[in-house]
Write a protein of this length. Sequence first.
Length: 149
Amino acid sequence: MSDRHLAGGGRAGDRHIVRAGRPGDRDVYEYALLRVVPRVERGECINAGVLVYCRAQAYVGARTHLDEARLLALDPHADVAGIRAALAAVEGVCAGGAAAGQAAGDDAGRRFRWLVAPRSTIVQPGPVHTGLTADAAAETQRLLDLLVR
């Protein structure tokens, strides 16, 4: 493979190396979508948020957006207030402090792992994916706009 085919123009041996500490460097992050499955037995869902974790930046964050019309199209009897409360709780756990409840003392990675653990509730995490970013907080908003809204 020639150097010109590599993203970022690096040499073939450097294509997967991320060098920290220099301007423009990017760090590995993980993310998962938050899905609302109003009737678990049917398996239909809508994306309602995104969780992002970046170990190098000690960051865990969530952004949510519930499209009430789409939710009610799947289940006219969905508990909208309860679902909003569940999504707000996820954001609270990510924020840490008193809003995180028992998870307040946990580090960012532990809170992310707890939030992405499989559940059989109405608000469920999707599979974990990875990417590279220079700004994990901005990436959280970008993913929300791209995958949820």
